[in-house]
Design a protein around this ligand. Structure first.
Ligand code: C2O
Ligand code: CU
Length: 542
């Protein structure tokens, strides 16, 4: 395995979109930022220089970082922010990840502009488990705001209101030709007739699940969240924020130019704006204009299209799933109810007497002033966090639509779940009808988990486990929990550390739809957290 070094200079740069010039905090003056490209099992050092005006951190989304939570990144969970004028070198340790991941800022909404692809090629002596593609292409789905991402969430939190909708969506920094502003360029991917391309698609949008399609071309899914899946072909994809998908496309149509397009999926009562964003898939030597064929994307609220796509995903690897062989053989099941709710608001900036909030098991997560990892590692937990996250939802949760509990306030706190090293854990995530009641992409740091089951209505702990897929469940890091439904995931707690879990809708995460899993050390040095690296950022005020 190789060692790579990257330098990230993070500062404000100007970008002109929608006929407006906006200043964004970006890496190396580019939006999206530089692509990291390495091989399976490599180690990557990224020296992050903060040349901006406020502190932030960077997370390597989907990299498990074995025993090394220090470089995982979530602000006030595993580190304090890198302050302006300082730098910090992350040590990103790859293990079995293969395919596409990404990196992004993990402070407030800064990830809207501080983000990029993380491509993990097969190791030098490995090949793909499918015919080697002729070339690959990264495609990053984004939300575009006129204005600074941090400012948008800071204002919404101060006033207790919902952050405003994006002004557009983008494909790798391009807004496409549907917004009618002459400066906005369209994303173009050039292909040669009869060649095969590996698309590495990342949903980096702030609050939107996305459908994606290319006119007249089938998409063959080969990996999700840097783990191979059994190949299947579809004419559209559904990708949740935080998820990544590797997809083969064969350029076998008439030489010409074809639209690619993306639009949000949401069946929530408060959906995102329904804009289609276009790109062009064009053949070398094509003459004439774009193929005018209509883009066939499912409608924004087409839950069947969403669920049908998700249900086709199967792990390519059927043999290496020891925790799954015996359905009941788990050490613990943690039930987590997901809700948006509200809290009293009585500061002078508040526009109403209540403010938007969100919770897991009715606990709305509060970020501490010192990172949880440092406090845990130094055994000075006093006042930073408690270890009493409730392991069952409160009884007043009615998942299928008791609207009388809509106005119930959540409890605020920094409460962690503690797991013993090596435990086989199942988490049942239940989406509720509290608040707008949509679906949620729930992401866990430090692990990939097996999605063993998903369904509608209330999870039934007697009948639902018998429907689990314990043969070839996908190994992913972000699970789509359907509206009025549930998803069950399993993993071995074999990575000691402090690991954030949260909704990857940034609005929900900012409102408190987050918690922390602490995995205790094993009994040997080789199963314990590594010592902190030099130069961890100091926490403000310490
Ligand atoms: Cu994509 Cu907690 O992150
Ligand atoms: Cu959510």
């Amino acid at each position: 395995a190789d060692v790579h070094h990257y330098e990230f200079f993070v500062r404000e740069s100007n970008f002109t979109k929608l006929c407006n010039t906006t200043t964004l905090l970006v890496v190396n003056d580019s939006y999206p930022g530089p692509e990291i490209r390495v091989h399976r099992g490599d180690t990557v050092y990224v020296n992050v220089h903060n040349q901006g005006d406020y502190g932030f951190t960077i997370h390597w989304h989907g990299v498990k970082q074995p025993r090394n939570p220090w470089s995982d990144g979530p602000e006030f969970v595993t580190q304090c922010p890198i302050q302006p004028g300082t730098n910090f070198t992350y040590e990103v340790i790859l293990s079995d990840e293969i395919g596409t991941l990404w990196w992004h800022a993990h402070s407030d909404w800064t990830r809207g502009s501080v983000q990029g692809a993380f491509v993990i090629l097969p190791a030098e002596n490995e090949t793909y488990p499918f015919p080697t593609p002729d070339a690959d292409q990264t495609i990053i789905l984004q939300s575009w705001y006129n204005g600074d991402y941090k400012q948008i969430i800071d204002e919404a939190l101060a006033t207790g209101t919902s952050p405003r909708q994006p002004d557009a969506y983008a494909i790798s920094g391009h807004l496409g030709d549907t917004y009618g502003c002459p400066n906005d360029t369209i994303f173009r991917m050039q292909v040669d007739y009869e060649k095969t391309y590996l698309l590495r698609i990342i949903n980096a949008a702030m609050n939107e699940e996305k459908f994606f399609a290319i006119v007249n071309h089938n998409l063959t899914v080969v990996a999700q969240d840097a783990s191979y899946v059994q190949r299947f072909t579809s004419d559209y994809l559904l990708i949740s924020p935080g998820q990544t998908m590797d997809v083969l496309v064969y350029a076998n149509q008439n030489i010409g130019q074809y639209y690619m397009a993306t639009r949000p999926f949401s069946d929530s009562a408060a959906p995102p704006i329904d804009n289609i964003t276009t790109g062009v898939f064009y053949y070398t030597n094509s003459v004439g204009g774009l193929n005018a064929s209509l883009i066939t994307l499912p409608a924004i609220n087409d839950a069947n299209a969403s669920n049908n796509f998700v249900s086709q995903i199967r792990n390519a690897n059927v043999t290496q799933n020891p925790p799954l062989k015996v359905p009941t053989d788990i050490d613990r099941r943690v039930y987590i109810a997901i809700a948006t709710n509200n809290l009293p608001c009585n500061t002078s900036e508040c526009l109403n007497s209540v403010r938007f909030a969100a919770s897991l098991n009715n606990v709305s997560f509060l970020f501490p002033r010192i990172d949880i990892l440092q406090a845990y590692y130094n055994r000075s937990t006093n006042g930073v966090f408690t270890e009493d996250f409730p392991l069952e939802p409160p009884v007043f949760y009615d998942f299928t639509g008791n609207l009388t509990v809509l106005g119930r306030a959540a409890d605020e706190g920094t409460r962690a779940v503690v797991l013993n090293y090596g435990e086989a854990v199942e988490i049942v995530l239940q989406a509720t009808e509290l608040g707008a009641g949509g679906s949620h992409p729930i992401h866990l740091h430090g692990f990939s988990f097996y999605r063993v089951g998903t369904g509608f209505g209330n999870f039934n702990n007697v009948t639902d486990p018998s429907s689990y897929n314990l043969v070839d469940p996908p190994l992913i890091n972000t699970v789509h929990v359907p509206r009025r439904g549930w998803a069950a995931v399993r993993f071995f707690a074999n990575n000691p550390g402090v690991w954030f879990m949260h909704c990857h809708f940034e609005r929900h995460s900012s409102w408190g739809m987050d918690t922390v899993f602490i995995v205790r050390n094993g009994t040997t040095a080789e199963t314990s957290i590594l010592p902190p690296p030099p130069g961890m950022p100091r926490c403000p005020g310490t």
